[in-house]
Design a protein around this ligand. Structure first.
Ligand code: IPE
Ligand code: IPE
Ligand code: MG
Length: 237
């Protein structure tokens, strides 16, 4: 049964898109075929997140650790990312604000320009915030933010005792956004793999036994239903 309308409105979700390689292996296909299918699923799930009127959704697309994969696979993922960057202009029409999380400096210059352009063009959009984490690592994000704060202290703009949790949040790639309510990981793994370490502080964790290329809208419904059964206490009673 489809999710009751409105049950997910305003939620923030993080999705670790995992299991592309295993999906391909099961079919005797190259791993890149899994990434291609995974990217199609990504595109459909974005549309569904818009229909559900989520506040934000963050997709983990490529981690700082994923560079250690064979060059052929990394190149395949980067090529695919380039193709999806072109399509990302559609999100202007769909009212998504698109934000890229991560260090873009090692990416091709053309990609960096497109990423900046897409962010600028969708900046004022009021629909679901679509975060795409590329060359993203939670620890690297914190180091990046700490350096910004250190520079401000050095410049005399900030006193160390003024630094609090809000100050730290404000120098992360997700500045100004609320923390995820839950983090969803398909593929049966039970770890964060360096995803949103700071932001996930009180997020619920929902893991699912489906490989990302097989993931459907009904799976997202199930994840949201699971999240809705959780009792969040934030340290209180
Ligand atoms: C996730 O799928 C995609 C990326 C990490 C880029 P994987 O490629 O990790 O798939 P598995 O975990 O090997 O099945
Ligand atoms: C996490 O998946 C990164 C992305 C989904 C982009 P990995 O497949 O890289 O994580 P590990 O290696 O299983 O922890
Ligand atoms: Mg994996």
């Amino acid at each position: 049964m489809a999710l009751e309308l409105g049950r997910a409105k305003g939620l923030s979700i993080g999705i670790i898109m995992d299991g592309n390689g295993r999906w391909a292996k099961k079919r005797g296909l190259p791993r890149t075929a899994g990434h291609t299918k995974g990217a199609e699923v990504f595109r459909d799930i974005i549309r569904y997140c818009n229909e559900l009127e989520l506040a934000s959704v963050t997709f983990y697309a490529f981690s700082t650790e994923n560079w250690s994969r064979p060059m052929e696979e990394v190149n395949g993922i980067m090529k695919l990312f380039g193709e999806y960057l072109v399509m990302a202009y559609d999100y202007q029409k769909e009212n998504n604000r698109v934000v890229f999380l991560g260090d873009r400096s090692p990416l091709p210059e053309k990609y960096q320009e497109q990423m900046n352009d897409i962010e600028q063009k969708t900046r004022a959009n009021t629909g679901t915030i679509l975060n795409v984490a590329v060359n993203y690592g939670g620890r690297q994000e914190l180091v990046h933010g700490i350096r910004i704060l250190a520079q401000r202290v050095l410049a005399g703009e900030l006193r160390p005792e003024e630094i609090n949790t809000d100050t730290v949040s404000s120098v992360l790639y997700t500045a100004g956004q609320r923390d995820p309510d839950f983090i969803l990981r398909p593929s049966g793994e039970h770890r964060l793999s360096n995803f949103m370490l700071w932001q996930a502080s009180y997020a619920e964790f929902v893991d699912m036994d489906v490989l990302w290329p097989d993931f459907t809208r009904a799976d997202l419904d199930r994840a949201i239903e699971e999240y809705n059964t959780r009792s969040r206490r934030f340290g209180g009673l």
